[in-house]
Design a protein around this ligand. Structure first.
Ligand code: ADP
Length: 397
């Protein structure tokens, strides 16, 4: 089962996207609706609110008078925390009930206006943000929904910023055109990305990135950060570190359009215990890759084959190829991945040399990934020694 987080500022057009997803078979969980349900008359939620804030938060008919509650709860941090400590657990419990009731083969669409404000992005397989500029949203809210302009502006000002939403968006749906345009983009996203993503999670199939070198993409750092955050949510305290590594972690370096991430674990037993967790989280294991190519210790020249074991996972999301290297803390390959990245970040000459070597390796590989990787190995063996020197020089100075 994959879970999609859908969000966007008020008036951005989430409803259009949610409707399209539901029409295509999405299992919709509406956070706004749940937030209303848990404080309906007769609920423990409403009783708790009255207990905390007094009976004058009730309207004449016994239902919650939202403006009256807001006037009491949004005065300071303490009151706000008091409100959230009542409603959040109830919303969480109800959401979990609905998740438990979802069919096994569902693609779950969690429609959450405050997804960004609540730091929930890492808990979804994919985050889709619907966007329209604030002035466009104000125009739509005041006409189509009849909201007073001052209210619309105040609501927008109280929510996350566009930059905050951009930082967590795996998919950014622009709604500056017509509702039909937006619905068509949402339908294409569903058919071309979510359906195959879901099938890949089910069949535990990792997608393969294209074997091609592309110009550095300034968004790689943010993409890496999103994947790192998501992996933390998936593996929790089983990891001791999770890092964006490889060429996409080096600004200005051409790279294969695949994000490399390293999960550091205590040992390979922990790595093996994470196989199912990672697969369910959207990162299925790629079988057959069980070690890095051992390299001689630069100090002694000896090779310790036993230290180089790893596990390797990919991404089930056809829109975002990822290599996930799961390495034990004691693996020299683990340290090398971090040092190599830092060396390339620091050394412009090394960066250019590596980029040229990759070009040549690709040209000679005839489209074969194994040959491409093999062609790079001698240069890496040399880099392994050079980086050891670079580190020594750095620690001496
Ligand atoms: P949200 O659920 O994100 O708060 P809605 O989907 O309710 O936002 O959209 C806000 C308002 O703008 C609605 O009244 C909707 O009908 C209207 N709207 C949404 N998209 C468009 C669009 N592309 N063009 C014109 N009006 C739109």
């Amino acid at each position: 089962m994959i879970r999609l987080g859908l969000s966007g500022g008020i008036g951005a057009g989430k409803s259009t996207v949610a409707t399209t997803f539901i029409e295509r078979g999405g299992y919709h969980i509406d956070a706004d609706k749940i937030a209303r349900e848990v404080v309906e008359p007769g609920t423990e939620g409403l009783a708790a609110l009255v207990e905390a804030f007094g009976p004058d938060i009730l309207a004449g008919d016994g239902s919650l008078d939202r403006p009256a509650l807001a006037a009491k709860a949004f005065v300071d941090e303490e009151q706000r925390t008091k409100l959230n400590s009542i409603t959040h657990p109830l919303v969480g419990k109800r959401t979990q009930e609905l998740l438990d009731a979802a069919p096994d083969d569902a693609i779950v669409v969690q429609d959450i206006p405050l997804l960004v404000e609540g730091n929930m992005a890492p808990f979804f397989h994919l985050v889709v943000i619907v966007h329209a500029d604030a002035e466009v949203r104000i125009q739509r809210l005041t006409t189509a929904r009849g909201m007073p302009e001052a209210d619309a502006r105040a609501r927008i000002a109280a929510q996350a910023t566009d930059e905050q939403r951009r930082a967590v968006a795996d998919v950014w749906l622009d709604n500056s055109g017509s509702p039909e345009d937006l619905a068509a983009a949402a339908a294409a996203l569903w058919d071309e990305r979510l359906i195959p993503f879901d099938q890949n999670v089910r069949s535990r199939t990792a997608v393969r990135g294209a074997l091609t070198l592309v110009d550095p993409d300034p968004s790689w750092a943010a993409q890496g950060a999103r994947i790192v955050n998501r992996l933390w949510a998936v593996v929790g305290d089983k990891a001791t570190a999770i890092d964006h590594i490889g060429s996409t972690a080096v600004p200005g370096l051409p790279a294969k359009p695949t994000i490399d991430v390293q999960i550091t674990v205590a040992d390979l037993k922990v790595a093996d215990a994470l196989v199912d967790v990672l697969a369910d989280g959207g990162f299925p294991r790629v079988p057959g890759i069980e070690a890095d190519r051992p390299k001689p210790d630069p100090a002694t020249g000896s090779v310790d084959e036993g230290l180089w074991g790893k596990r390797f996972h990919g991404s089930a999301d056809p829109g975002r190829p990822v290599n996930v290297h799961v390495r034990p803390a004691a693996s020299p390959g683990r340290a090398f991945a971090i040092d190599f990245r830092d060396w390339l970040r620091a050394d412009e000459v090394a960066r250019r040399e590596y980029a040229e070597m990759k070009d040549k390796a690709l040209a000679g590989a005839g489209g074969d990934l194994t040959r491409y990787i093999a062609a790079k190995e001698p240069w890496f063996d040399d880099a392994y020694r050079r980086i050891a020197e670079w580190k020594r020089a750095r620690s001496d100075s």
